[in-house]
Ligand binder design. Structure first.
Ligand SMILES: [Zn+2]
Length: 194
């Protein structure tokens, strides 16, 4: 049981006291040449219980990641496009459902989102626990890092604790880790610049 709890603590995202800035961080990305091969297509299926506003916030996170992935991999919600090489499901968790779910709570605080496992296929979001659509975008950004197999890493997008600045874009260390974990060419990735 202790091992299971440690594992969950690793993959859940917890709230830390943060100051709430109303201003979104300005994000600029590198503009490297992409790979020569066609991108792998990762289909992302959004739970149809998300509000249009929440869905839009989640799509913003996919767009942001697509800049970083730079056509090494392309995340899409369009099932009518090219055949999908992988599939991720994004599920809407209500407070009521969370009551029965261990990952919604950890010894470090309340989760805003979590994944089934590192490198897994399911991302769970708890929109009632974020304060704005932009925060839902940031939480989704972080959790996608876990779906790519990344563990927590301080002072990056993969920091354990929610942070508007760190969670706003794919930083160089996170881009490097995704490239290494997913056999992508790091030089053909993009990352945000301070
Ligand atoms: Zn996390």
């Amino acid at each position: 049981m202790r091992q299971i709890c440690d594992r969950l603590a690793l993959i859940v995202l917890t709230i830390a006291p943060v100051s709430c800035s109303p201003i979104l961080p300005r994000v600029e990305y590198t503009t490297h040449s992409g790979p020569k091969a066609f991108p792998k297509i990762y289909g992302v299926v959004l739970d149809d219980t998300f509000t249009p506003e929440d869905s839009s916030a989640i799509r913003s996170a996919l767009s942001n990641w697509n800049i970083a992935l730079n056509e090494n991999i392309e995340l899409t919600t369009d099932s009518n496009g090219p055949k999908w090489d992988n599939i991720w499901y994004v599920q809407n968790m209500s407070e009521g459902t969370c009551v029965l779910t261990l990952a919604c709570q950890s010894d470090k605080g309340r989760a805003l989102g979590f994944v089934d496992m590192l490198g897994g296929h399911k991302l769970y979001l708890i929109p009632s626990r974020v304060r704005s659509p932009s925060e839902l975008t940031f939480v989704t950004m972080h959790e996608i890092g876990h779906l790519f197999g990344l563990e927590h890493n301080p002072n990056t997008l993969m920091d354990l604790y929610f942070n508007r600045r760190l969670y706003s874009c794919v930083d160089p260390l996170t881009a490097w880790a995704v490239a290494r974990t997913n056999n992508l060419d790091y030089g053909a990735m993009n990352w945000c610049t301070p």
